[in-house]
Ligand binder design. Structure first.
Ligand code: ZN
Length: 234
C-alpha cells in the first residue's frame, strides 16, 4: 500500500537536461512526482546528440542549480559519465555508480539511493547487480524493460521494470492512463512511466504529455510519489 492507497503513479526521467524544467512545471501544476537521474560529471556541460532524425542539444544545468530545479522531487544516479556498465571492470562500475551517488547526495543534501542504468540494449547484467549490492549505496535501479503491467515488483529492485517508456505511442499511453484511473484493485498497483524530457520537443508531445498528466492528476485513490517513495516506502 502507498500511504493507505492501493494505486501509485511515478515518473523517471534521465540525463538531467534543460527540458526537465518544463516537465517539472507540468508535474508541479498537476501535483505529480518524479525521479530525475543525473550524471554528476556532466553537470554544466553543453553537447548535442542525434535522436529520431534530429540533432538534440544536451544542455545540463550546473551543480549549483540542481537542488533548486529538482526541489520536491527525487534526484537519483545515472553514473558519472553515462557509462555502459557491463563493459567496465569491477572497480570502474563501482566508481561510476558510487561516486555519482555520493556527488549527487552532496549536491542535493540527502542520501541518493536510486539509479537508472544508462544507455540502451543490455545495459546491466548479474555482475553489475552484484557489484551494486555489495559496494554501493544503491537500493533500487530502473531498467529499460517495459513490464506493460501495473503489478508492483517487490523483489529484485536492482532490476526494476517500469510499466512503459513514454515513447510507446500516445494512444497506448492514454489507454493505459484511463485503464489505471478506472482500476479498483485489491492489491497494490503502480503505473511507472519513464523517458527523457528532450523527447517532448518533437511534434506536439509537450501538449500530449500535459494532457496525459491532467488525466492522471487529482485522484483521491492514487498516491503521487517519487520512485523512492513508491518502491521503498520512504
Ligand atoms: Zn541516459
Amino acid at each position: 500500500m502507498f500511504h493507505g492507497k492501493m494505486k501509485a503513479l511515478t515518473f523517471s526521467y534521465d540525463d538531467g537536461v534543460f527540458q526537465d524544467r518544463r516537465l517539472l512545471k507540468i508535474f508541479n501544476k498537476y501535483g505529480l512526482k518524479g525521479t530525475f537521474n543525473l550524471n554528476s560529471d556532466m553537470l554544466g556541460s553543453a553537447t548535442a546528440f542525434f535522436f529520431g532524425g534530429m540533432t538534440i542539444p544536451r544542455v545540463v544545468p550546473r551543480a549549483s542549480e540542481i537542488a533548486e530545479i529538482y526541489k520536491g522531487h527525487e534526484v537519483a544516479a545515472h553514473t558519472l559519465t553515462h557509462a555502459m556498465l557491463p563493459k567496465l571492470a569491477d572497480e570502474d562500475v563501482i566508481r561510476e555508480v558510487e561516486n555519482d551517488r555520493r556527488a549527487l547526495s552532496e549536491i542535493v543534501g540527502y542520501d541518493v539511493v536510486g539509479l537508472a542504468y544508462p544507455n540502451g540494449g543490455q545495459n546491466y547484467d548479474q555482475r553489475v547487480i552484484d557489484l551494486l549490492k555489495e559496494h554501493t549505496g544503491i537500493r533500487y535501479a530502473r531498467t529499460l524493460v517495459s513490464s506493460n503491467s501495473f503489478d508492483l515488483q517487490t523483489e529484485n529492485l536492482l532490476e526494476y521494470r517500469p510499466t512503459v517508456y513514454h515513447n510507446c505511442g500516445w494512444d497506448n499511453l492514454f489507454r493505459l492512463a484511463h485503464e489505471f484511473v478506472e482500476l479498483k484493485p485489491d492489491t497494490p498497483k503502480l503505473f511507472y512511466i519513464w523517458g527523457h524530457s528532450y523527447e517532448f520537443d518533437r511534434g506536439d508531445s509537450w501538449e500530449k504529455m500535459e494532457e496525459l498528466c491532467s488525466i492522471l492528476a487529482e485522484k483521491d485513490d492514487i498516491f503521487y510519489g517519487t520512485n523512492r517513495e513508491v518502491l521503498l516506502g520512504e
